[in-house]
Design a protein around this ligand. Structure first.
Ligand code: ATP
Ligand code: MG
Ligand code: MG
Ligand code: MG
Length: 439
């Protein structure tokens, strides 16, 4: 992509309405534009990051055997009246009436709709296990939308639903989700810690939230520092292997890690003092086993091996795709701008031409651009007629992992400069070496 032809409306001024770094940086880097409170347009740069996050989510869900689909944003109220949540959900639900006077709503989540799909088509244990998911816009009329996309009203969420014949099978689905989420967040360059969460009125203890540690997080968290040492790495998981999945879940749930909702001071005190940590966290996902809550209410049953008709066991599992854009920035930025992890970066490498219009510089930049594209990478070439300082500031702000700077002086000796956004270190090298090092 050439910057002269792109749409990157960066702001020079720091927007006054933004209280936290990620919101400020997303506005300054021209990633989003507010349409109304808690509702945003995703401008091209932001859209790229959103789609990269979504792609990782899809890849890891499908690796775990979960099946993608798409449900609508607008739902009939009838389904929610069946489950009893139409009244219970309260003012967070955006209620709409269509021209036929039918009650509709903009979906805040999809348990009812997926249960309705399931009961219409599945009636035997032979069709289980089954996990369906989608990535779709949700609407919750939050009391206090704030922090940009972090707490929006309209937001993009992956929500998945497992259907299993009994509790044990559903708990394996729960474990499968935890494992796939650990891998998903790590691929985004994030450490998201699974923490025992409050299951609310549903009861039981089978719910975990995934939290990214950040001062600006809305949850207070308590954890054993040992959990931050755990790495998923490049383990290969067999998602059908019940014991292998459980072993990974055991590893991550052994150290103490809870949000304020479930915090147990006595248990926390049992953690060696030098490892006790209190901090704040951003919730970027949650997994939930809730048994037969919806299948009982909505009559979603299957016949089991013995020919008995039983309610199906379910769970739901969410990832905050749009919130993650903000959470990643909270976890990875400096005074000059964003520092994208490789896995989600909107472009892999910036190319800065210090003398636009100079035949040699233009040719070298075009060569670098073409070579990176040939390697399957996405470069952003700043080919504008701008001062070097302005070009560097833009590159630092938008946070691409690498920058290749091409100027007439270096080029005389066949050299360009490669700069790492994360370390700030620059190195002179040949064009070929620079292309080689990126990606
Ligand atoms: P929160 O506690 O932040 O209100 P939640 O517990 O109500 O979130 P869930 O129902 O668990 O949210 O939804 C799954 C995920 O969707 C959350 O973990 C979060 O990452 C994301 N999410 C929820 N509400 C919002 C929102 N208003 N804006 C952006 N993302 C959200
Ligand atoms: Mg909420
Ligand atoms: Mg929550
Ligand atoms: Mg939650």
């Amino acid at each position: 992509m050439r910057l002269s032809r792109y749409f990157l409306p960066v702001l020079k001024e720091t927007p006054a309405e933004a209280q936290i770094a990620s919101h400020r940086l997303m506005l300054r880097a021209g990633m989003i534009k507010q349409a109304s409170a808690g509702i945003y347009s995703w401008l091209p740069l932001g859209f790229r990051v959103l789609k990269n996050i979504e792609r990782i989510v899809h890849e890891e869900q499908q690796a775990a055997g979960h099946i993608p689909m798409l449900m609508p944003t607008l739902q009939p109220a009838d389904l929610w009246k069946e489950s009893g949540r139409y009244d219970a959900y309260g003012p967070e639900m955006l209620r709409i009436r269509d021209r036929q006077d039918r009650d509709m709503l903009y979906g805040p989540t999809n348990e009812e709709m997926i249960t309705d799909i399931f009961r219409s088509h599945v009636s035997s244990y032979r069709d289980l296990p089954l996990t369906l998911y989608h990535v779709q816009w949700k609407f919750r009329d939050e009391m206090r939308p704030r922090f940009g996309v972090m707490r929006g009203r309209e937001f993009y969420m992956k929500d998945g639903y497992n259907f299993d014949v009994d509790r044990d099978a559903a708990l394996h689905a729960y474990n499968r989700h935890m494992v796939s989420y650990l891998k998903t967040y790590e691929r985004m360059g994030l450490q998201a810690i699974p923490m025992r969460a409050d299951s609310g009125p549903i009861g039981g203890d089978d719910t975990h939230e995934f939290l990214v540690l950040a001062d600006t997080g809305e949850s207070e968290v308590f954890y054993d520092a040992a959990i931050t040492e755990l790495k998923f790495g490049d383990r290969v998981v067999d998602y059908d292997d019940v014991d292998a999945c459980r072993a990974i879940v055991d590893e991550w749930t052994a150290p103490y890690a809870r949000t304020d909702e479930t915090h147990d001071a006595a248990k926390f005190d049992a953690v060696p003092e030098d490892r006790r940590r209190t901090s704040r966290g951003i919730e970027v996902g949650q997994i939930f086993y809730f048994g037969t809550k919806y299948s009982d209410a909505m009559g979603a049953t299957v016949t089991n091996k013995d020919g008995e008709v039983v309610p199906v066991h379910m769970g739901s599992h969410g990832i905050g795709v749009s919130r993650l854009v903000g959470a990643i920035i909270e976890a990875s930025h400096d005074d000059n701008g964003i520092i994208w992890p490789e896995g989600v970066t909107p472009f892999h490498c910036g190319i800065v031409n210090l003398r636009q219009g100079d035949t040699d510089c233009d040719a070298a930049c075009a060569l670098i651009e073409g070579s990176l594209i040939a390697k399957g990478l996405d470069p952003l070439y700043d080919d504008r007629d701008e001062r070097a300082g302005a070009k560097f500031a833009t590159m630092d702000l938008i946070g691409l992992p690498w920058r290749i700077t091409v100027g007439p002086r270096g080029l005389k000796n066949g050299l360009v400069e490669l700069t790492s956004r994360r370390t700030g270190e620059s190195e002179e090298m040949t064009v070929e070496a620079a292309i080689d090092r990126v990606g």
